[in-house]
Ligand binder design. Structure first.
Ligand code: NAD
Length: 295
């Protein structure tokens, strides 16, 4: 169902055939999880995810709320631990240690970004790889190369699921990814390579970026620059996956200039209602997997 957002509603009614509907896919993923939750419950296991939130970043609080709501829908226990922005790295590490040793906790995630005085690397490395439902621990991230990570990072894995849902083949296709972060761009590059795509990995220093994106059959943008991807980036008929989330004048916008490129694309994810909801439901899937693996 389309939320009460004019851009989203218009996109859904006017460009129905071109929309990759993240809410629809997320709903399907969540309903596919009920049986697994039930199976665990029959064995006396209540799947549970613990979320650590350092307050201060408004967007992070919204993302954590969305995760809590998804957990409720999936009948997964979610526990939130909120800390003020002045929290020390040691305090967070102590909490992670406690959660690592709590047999009733299956998944742990620390919402990023963290304040500058805390090392995200130290925090991610401290989470048990068996409870690393965000898939950021170096052991799990490394296993993306070989295709056997227990927990694939939620956004890139969600993108793979979205492409699969709409029968968009990646094998042999030119895929351009704008952004090389550890949480989206880099893991997605590897995951697409593992599926035999030809991958162009682009960043802010890439010279003549449009020379790459215009060759793309599938263009994924995770730059966080609203409106960056305009018509001049697009090859006609290309699929656009818009990962970007930016707040502009009180509204959420993606990296794509949606109205400017809709006539050229064959499919596109809207923002909101695209990659975001699928990312959250993959987190639930990973939590259930963690519970199944720990049983
Ligand atoms: P980041 O902010 O860590 O890095 C941005 C990347 O984009 C860098 O590699 C940078 O070089 C590149 N970049 C920036 N501007 C560019 C430009 N003009 N041309 C080419 N490359 C450029 O990345 P991130 O943490 O992956 O986040 C990216 C965006 O995706 C943000 O808007 C974030 O909010 C969003 N995001 C959304 C979800 C979701 O679930 N939908 C999940 C994660 C991140």
């Amino acid at each position: 169902m389309a939320p009460n957002n004019p851009i989203y509603q218009e996109a859904f009614s006017k460009y129905k055939d071109k929309i990759i509907d993240g809410r629809l896919i997320s709903g399907k993923i969540e309903s596919g999880l009920y049986g697994r939750v039930l199976g665990l419950k029959k064995k006396g296991i209540i799947p549970s995810v613990s979320v650590i939130l350092v307050e201060g970043d408004k967007a992070s609080s919204i993302y954590v709320r969305n995760k809590e709501l998804s957990a409720q829908r999936c009948d997964i226990l979610s526990q939130k631990y909120s800390y003020p922005a002045t929290v020390t790295e040691r305090e967070l590490l102590n909490k992670i240690d406690e959660l690592n040793n709590d047999t009733l906790v299956h998944g742990i995630l620390v919402q990023v970004p963290l304040p500058a005085h805390i090392s995200e690397k130290n925090i991610m490395n401290a989470i048990s790889p068996l409870k690393d439902v965000d898939g950021f621990h170096p052991l799990n991230a490394g296993k993306i190369f070989t295709g056997d990570s227990p927990f694939y990072p939620c956004t890139p894995y969600g993108i793979i699921k979205m492409l699969e849902f709409y029968d968009i083949t990646v094998k042999g296709k030119n895929c351009a990814i704008i952004g090389q972060s550890n949480i989206v761009g880099k893991p997605l590059s590897i995951m697409l390579m593992n599926r035999l795509a030809t991958v162009m990995s682009l960043n802010i220093f890439t010279e003549n970026i449009k020379g790459f994106t215009r060759k793309a059959d599938i263009l994924i943008s995770a730059a966080g620059k609203p409106g960056l991807v305009d018509g001049s980036f697009i090859k006609k008929g290309c699929v656009v996956i818009d990962v970007g989330i930016s707040r502009v004048g009180g509204k959420i916008r993606g990296d794509a200039d949606f109205e400017g490129i809709i006539d050229k694309v064959s499919k596109i994810t809207p923002v909101p209602g695209g990659v975001g909801p699928v990312t959250v439901s993959i987190l639930m899937e990973n939590t259930i997997k963690a519970a199944e693996l720990l049983k």
